[in-house]
Ligand binder design. Structure first.
Ligand code: FAD
Length: 402
């Protein structure tokens, strides 16, 4: 069962939860592995553009098959929307992707190592105190805790998972600080260039940059992308994204708090406040804000981080009778909309048939240019394992094209 199917099932059952229930997940166990098996005669070189989850996973798979590759990343760090703060609290905080939105056995599957889970410390994330803020009132919905469950890393993060299991295999193939601005696939070889006129050459290229960067044409293609692909890209909506973490002296907030109608809010997953230290090894009180789309834009459109934190603190004070200001210690803000090579949260909705839109973008160009990333997974779109699944599928397609 996919997450989307689960949510639909939950809604039919009148539950309307964003997170997977452990009980219902038992029926997910038959899902096929995302780690592909293929045969290939390919002996050329692949360049992967972007070192986020998709790009790193693609490199890991190519390494396993002994294929020559390089990962070219624009920013000074790998990880993309996997990012952690290691010094804000007494545990590492995921300031990008945080939850494991499916059966955690996906972790062993991503690295195709069934024994690895023994080394991965995860927690069941099933918040016990659940509140909503609606029409100026806080309301409890603790009954939801019996249905509400997914997973998180305990003393680690999504970023650490990649750093520990994937990056060591491919570290020498990752080239940082090289924003690709042009991909020329006119000739036999694909030529990639940066704004500084550095060039890279490959037989095939896998582009894993966020959909927003493709819509904004941060990379130009020679010849330009086929019209149907450009139109399909425009049909994906990726909105703003922000996370704020605040340390407080006391925990005056519930494990999770949603805004408006609880079932609708949890289902839409556009904004919630939560105890980020829930079941972590921590003596700190760390509250998190997760917001995407317009709910994030209410903060990201402000001119400074001070205005953002002031706005959020005022909301918390209104909900909790001034306890936020009384207990404030420190904060960090991760504004994903301002990251030049990300520019938002993740793909959220599709204008038209998602499968058709994704299939159009996934169609290889001249067996030379391929696309992957979270937006291009049908079953696991917008999630880390979806980014990996998309990358694995496109690499298998690429290798089987030979
Ligand atoms: C706030 C937030 C919370 C989230 N929470 C969760 C969660 O709890 N669980 C979950 O599963 N998922 C979550 N996600 C989604 C998850 O982070 C993404 O689905 C996944 O990490 C995307 O991986 P990707 O490789 O497709 O893209 P990215 O991680 O964006 O990687 C793309 C890479 O391409 C690079 N790049 C861009 N342009 C260029 C260029 N011109 N040249 C070279 N490189 C370039 C970028 O710098 C980046 O490193 C969250 C995302 C956000 C923003």
């Amino acid at each position: 069962m996919t997450r989307k199917e689960f949510i639909e099932k939950s809604l039919v059952m009148g539950i309307g939860l964003p997170f997977l229930s452990s009980a219902l997940l038992q029926s997910c166990r038959k899902d096929d592995s995302i780690f592909p098996n293929f045969r290939t005669n390919f002996s050329g070189k692949v360049i992967i553009v972007g070192a986020g989850a998709a790009g790193l996973a693609a490199g890991y798979l190519l390494k396993r098959y002994g294929v020559d590759f390089e990962i070219i990343e624009a920013s000074p760090v790998y990880g993309g929307r996997l990012k952690k703060s290691f010094d804000f609290a007494d545990f590492p905080i995921d300031i990008g992707a945080e939850w494991i939105h499916t059966d955690p056995k996906i972790l062993a599957d991503i690295i195709s190592n069934p024994n690895s889970n023994a080394n991965i410390d995860i927690i069941v994330y099933n918040p016990q105190s659940i509140k909503s803020w609606k029409n100026g009132k806080l309301k409890s919905h603790n009954y939801i805790s019996s249905f509400y469950s997914e997973w998180k890393f305990k003393n680690s993060t999504w970023f650490d998972f990649f750093a520990q299991f994937i990056v060591p295999e491919i570290a020498d193939k990752i080239v940082l600080n090289k924003p690709i601005t042009e991909i020329n696939y006119q000739g036999d070889k694909v030529l990639l260039s940066t704004g500084n006129n550095e060039t890279f050459e490959a037989d095939k290229v896998l582009v894993t940059t966020p959909v927003k960067t493709l819509q904004n044409e941060q990379i130009t293609f020679q010849p330009s992308l086929p019209t149907d692909k450009k139109e399909a890209l425009e049909k994906i909506f990726m909105g703003d994204g922000i996370k704020i973490f605040i340390e407080f002296k006391e925990k005056f907030y519930p494990d999770i708090l949603a805004f408006g109608n609880i079932l609708q809010a949890l289902n839409e997953e556009e904004k919630f406040v939560y105890d980020a230290a829930f079941r972590k090894d921590s003596s700190k009180h760390i509250l998190g804000l997760f917001a995407i789309n317009d709910k994030a834009n209410a903060y990201t459109k402000l001119n400074s981080e001070q205005e953002m934190i002031d706005k959020f603190m005022a909301e918390l004070d209104e909900m909790f009778d001034g306890k936020a200001t009384a207990n404030y210690v420190n904060h960090i803000i991760q504004n994903w909309s301002k990251e030049p090579y990300i520019q938002g949260a993740y793909s959220y909705s599709f204008e038209g048939n998602q499968e058709r839109i994704v299939a159009t973008i996934n169609e290889p160009i001249l067996n030379k240019v391929y696309f992957a990333g979270e937006a291009l997974s049908i079953k696991n779109q917008a999630m880390v394992h979806g980014a990996c699944e998309s990358a694995y599928r496109m690499i298998a397609t690429m290798m089987e094209d030979e």
